[in-house]
Design a protein around this ligand. Structure first.
Ligand SMILES: [Cu+2]
Length: 145
């Protein structure tokens, strides 16, 4: 009899996909479709996007993100108010069991302030994601416009 661990299978599948698009994972969370935008010359602000997949039976919460590139990385969301698109910091992102959070332009995103070096399309930017269950995921984001 062959016993297939679905979670391992999904994880293996998402890691396999990483040769095509960016993916990283621990046994609880996988990160797919991640990228960070290059900095515009003269600017020290940029944003990153990704899909965070909760592989567990419990709600998990992304609490913070760190990286050498900036000591000021915030989780942001876009909202419409008075017909204007605005963004504001949110404390965390909750992801329910076996669900995902999609960080994308005009929605949730990571915002980087006082970026320490210019980010160009040849770079790969390492970040660490911290979750409420004390788990972390190290990711390497490609740079894409
Ligand atoms: Cu923002």
């Amino acid at each position: 009899m062959i016993i297939i661990n679905i979670k391992q299978l999904l994880l293996g599948f998402s890691l396999l996909l990483s040769t095509l698009s960016y993916a990283s994972a621990n046994d609880k969370v996988s990160i797919t479709d991640g990228f960070i935008k290059p900095t515009i010359p003269g600017s020290t602000v940029t944003a990153a996007y990704m899909t965070i997949n909760n592989l567990t039976d419990n709600t998990i919460t992304l609490q913070k993100v760190t990286g050498d590139i900036s000591s000021n990385i915030e989780i942001h969301e876009h909202t419409m108010s008075d017909g204007m698109m605005r963004m504001r910091e949110v404390e965390h992102i909750q992801i329910s069991a076996h669900n995902k959070a999609v960080l994308q332009p005009s929605g949730l995103h990571l915002m980087f302030f006082a970026v320490k070096q210019q980010i160009t399309e040849q770079d790969t930017i390492p970040l660490t994601l911290y979750f409420s269950d004390q788990s972390t995921v190290n990711i390497q984001l490609p740079v894409r416009r």
